[in-house]
Structure formats: structure tokens, C-alpha cells
Design a protein around this ligand. Structure first.
Ligand code: ATP
Length: 137
């Protein structure tokens, strides 16, 4: 078989279910490309864009907010905290979230936890906005 079955699931439900030629994902230790016959693997994923390359050369890009990816017997399962394809992202909302997080990060009285939360919120917003940029090439 020359395809991988991909299933992307979030707490809100299934976001993607289909066969692809390759998956490119950003793990916390770097980018990884998964092709058919890949060795079994379980890895945490970064807040990043998951790239699905289709058999016809087209691709689907999905913004994910962390989670895990499991590769087993030509099946790739992604359990993500959130996952949105480019046409599902509300870019105005992401821009507003970015501004909010940036403002929050300027507050010098934030606790470490509050700072970390604002940083992650900024990272999620930038990641969603990046999807718009990617969609252009
Ligand atoms: P916000 O502050 O705008 O809620 P957030 O990063 O805190 O952003 P999340 O906690 O990552 O939001 O996501 C909460 C839910 O809202 C998830 O279901 C996620 O898919 C959805 N979501 C968040 N931001 C967007 C967006 N810009 N466009 C579409 N869906 C979004």
C-alpha cells in the first residue's frame, strides 16, 4: 500500500479522516516526514501546522495546538488539543487573540504561570495566522 490513513481527532470531534501520501509534522524535537511503511512511533507535537500531502500532489494544512501523533501500520492518528483546516480558521479572531496576548505579555507583574499562558496563547494565535500565509504558496 502506498498511502497512509490519517485520522485527526480533537476533544470537539474528528477533523480529518482520509488517505494521504505523506504527513509532515512538527514534533517537540524537530520536523518529521512520515511515509508509508514508517516504523511505529508515538510523539508529542508542537503548536504547529500539520501538512498532509495527497496522492495527486495537492495538500491540506491544519493548524494544531499541540497533542500527540501515533504512527502504526500505515495509520497516523493525531490527538490534538485543537485542530483547524485553513478554511475553518477565523483570522480576525486569531489577530485579536494575538493582540490580547502581546498586551498581556507587557504586564511586568505577571506570575510565571500567567506569563507562560500568555506566551502559549500568542503562539497559538501566530500559528493560526501562519496558516493564511502558507495557503498563499
Ligand atoms: P481565543 O482566545 O480566540 O479563544 P485560543 O487560542 O485561546 O483563542 P483555543 O483554546 O486554542 O483558543 O481553542 C478553543 C476553541 O476555539 C477550539 O475549538 C479551537 O478550535 C477554536 N478556535 C480558537 N481560535 C480559533 C480561530 N481563530 N478560528 C477558528 N477556531 C478557533
Amino acid at each position: 500500500m502506498n498511502t497512509l490513513h490519517v485520522n485527526i481527532v480533537t476533544p470537539d470531534g474528528e477533523v480529518y479522516d482520509g488517505d494521504v501520501r505523506m504527513v509532515v509534522a512538527k514534533t517537540i524535537s524537530g520536523e518529521i516526514g512520515v511515509l508509508p511503511h514508517h516504523v511505529p512511533l508515538v510523539t508529542p507535537l508542537d503548536i504547529s501546522i500539520l501538512k498532509l500531502r495527497h496522492e495527486d500532489g495537492g495538500r491540506t494544512l491544519i493548524a494544531i495546538s499541540g497533542g500527540f501523533m501515533e504512527v502504526r501500520q500505515d495509520t497516523v492518528t493525531v490527538l490534538a488539543e485543537t485542530a483547524e483546516a485553513a478554511d475553518k480558521v477565523d483570522y480576525d479572531r486569531a489577530s485579536a487573540a494575538k493582540v490580547r496576548a502581546e498586551r498581556r505579555l507587557q504586564d511586568t507583574k505577571l506570575s510565571d504561570l500567567e506569563f507562560k499562558r500568555a506566551e502559549l496563547s500568542l503562539k497559538r494565535a501566530i500559528n493560526r495566522l501562519n496558516l493564511k500565509e502558507y495557503g498563499r504558496d
